[in-house]
Design a protein around this ligand. Structure first.
Ligand SMILES: Nc1ncnc2c1ncn2[C@@H]1O[C@H](COP(=O)(O)OP(=O)(O)OP(=O)(O)O)[C@@H](O)[C@H]1O
Ligand SMILES: [Mg+2]
Length: 244
């Protein structure tokens, strides 16, 4: 059997607030195969964004707090340069609250990852995101600023930005969280199309219906990932050999 693309073992993350330790992830394990779409459910404050930030190399687990391996290689053992490349080229990140820069246009926002260390460079990124924005129905909005866009247009811009460097894995944090049901469905349709084209997706959400669009789901409870117990869920962790 081939090894998983992304593998997380016994991940622990504690925030320190003043003198108080707040443990959020308490031994979280999961595996994601290449080309798979995994949804992680959890109530507000359960640690979904925290987990996604760790998977994306945007934050670190506690010292000795488990392992994140991409293609079998632990992130913790990478050099700064290799980690930059992982953040820029391997993963694409859709943040919970868009995080578009207000002073930049749609095109400039979307091509930004091309310019960061490890990115594909400005020229290639511009060509790629123009194509993506065209496909996402935003070619008439290229030179608009985020404040002039609807929520759905902002999220499509954020997804184009996440795909700017042609990543292997898309990490999507509540990609429809701030949108109405119809607009949310359009966003999920975009993700489904990218998934059909081979993109691996890890998406977090508090909504079982949204999780049902994925191949498989799990639920984060008390800092540990387990099966999504709700009826009508996508194939759950329990049924699956690849989610630990
Ligand atoms: N930088 C931080 N410093 C201290 N505590 C934090 C920090 N970030 C998150 N937390 C705490 O960690 C817990 C998990 O937060 P997280 O944002 O990961 O939850 P979530 O599942 O994404 O919630 P939501 O569904 O509301 O987005 C919360 O109790 C939160 O207050
Ligand atoms: Mg969150």
């Amino acid at each position: 059997m081939s090894s998983p693309l992304l593998e997380v073992c016994d991940l622990r993350k504690t925030y320190r607030l003043g003198h108080v330790d707040v443990p959020v992830l308490k031994g979280c394990s999961l595996k994601v195969d290449r080309g798979e779409w995994l949804a992680i459910l959890g109530s507000s404050g359960s640690g979904k964004s925290t987990l996604l930030h760790l998977l994306g190399g945007l934050d670190r687990p506690d010292t000795g707090g488990g392992d994140i391996r991409y293609e079998g290689r632990p992130l913790a053992k990478r050099s700064t340069r290799s980690l930059d490349r992982y953040r820029a080229r391997t993963v694409g990140f859709v943040f919970q609250f868009y995080h578009l820069l207000p002073e930049l246009t749609v095109l400039e926002n979307a091509m930004l990852p091309g310019l960061v260390p490890g990115g594909i460079g400005g020229g290639p990124a511009r060509r790629r995101v123009r194509e993506l924005l065209d496909r996402f129905g935003l070619s008439h909005r290229l030179h608009h600023r985020p404040r002039e866009l609807s929520g759905g247009e902002r999220q499509r811009t954020a997804i184009a930005r996440a795909l700017a460097n042609d990543p292997q894995i898309l990490l999507a944090d509540e990609p429809t969280g701030n949108l109405d049901v119809h607009t949310g469905k359009e966003i999920l349709d975009l993700l489904a199309e990218a998934h059909r084209d081979g993109l691996t997706i890890v998406m977090v959400t508090h909504d079982q219906q949204i999780a049902n669009r994925a191949d498989r789901d799990g639920r984060l409870v008390d800092g540990v990932l387990g099966p999504a117990a709700a009826a009508g869920s996508a194939q759950s962790v329990e049924d699956s050999p690849t989610l630990a």
